[in-house]
Design a protein around this ligand. Sequence first.
Ligand code: AMP
Length: 297
Amino acid sequence: MRIIRTIRQMRKEIPALRNKGQTIGFVPTMGAFHEGHLSLARKCRRENDICVVSIFVNPAQFGPREDCKKYPRQEKQDIRLAKKENVDIIFYPSEKEMYPASFLTHSRKTSVSTFGLTRVHIARLSNKLCGEFRPGHFDGVTTVVAKLLNIVRPDVLYLGQKDAQQAVILRQMIADLNFPVRVKICATVREPGGLAMSSRNAFLTPQQRKEAAVLYASLKEARQKIRAGEQNPGKLLRQIKQRIIRRSSAQIDYAACVDADSLDPIKDIRSHKRILFALAVRLGGTRLIDNIVVSGK
Ligand code: AMP
């Protein structure tokens, strides 16, 4: 496994692999690997000649009061885990490598919405759901992923369903800006109790971790009710919220029932093929998200 820290080196190595006719799969991450990340790396490994994983805690996607500084970083362990999965290349750039002074000119680095002069903004989709609570967050995500796609130039991009809105937005960006890459969305990997794996789970106390299982339990309950004939999204969302409030100390940012592609709110379950139930809560100081896709038709 090669660890490459500069864009220059990537530009040397990737074309050489391409010229040999090798296919390149790519998994962008912020590190602190768990089974969710590793499941993406495994799929990427299986389906491509070359498996590239990037590790970069992207400051452009964190708000000024968010957890960029204290986001878990565990370089040695991540490298060991990636090796075990037979990853070929880890792209591990520094902040300066991704955002040199020329990128940051005339901007304040402290606020997500003034980070750099250049940014990729996917209108409408970026302002809904998490975008309402984290202004500028998805611009940070799309900007860094656009940069990474230009650096890695993969054939296939692997993303997790765990970050459903991110996946929808990145698909839109890739289609609209004609990035020559296919996108594969991989299933959410969960703890035995149902909690979606996340690097942020490390911040939870044992008690909060137990309580956090209510997120997935409430989503599953909604799915069961739909299967049993319930068609009213408002009623389902009220039940989800009630269950979370009763069984945990979580503060709910939102619980939403939207079309899985447009992210527009749904009025009638039966008139949509793929319905996304999405949740964001804060448990102590930790923000958790989860979602489930249900077929309505
Ligand atoms: P992150 O390091 O949180 O930016 O995540 C990197 C990639 O891993 C993203 O595409 C995430 O959606 C995906 N991912 C994170 N957690 C999970 C999970 N529990 N199951 C599946 N994919 C995940």
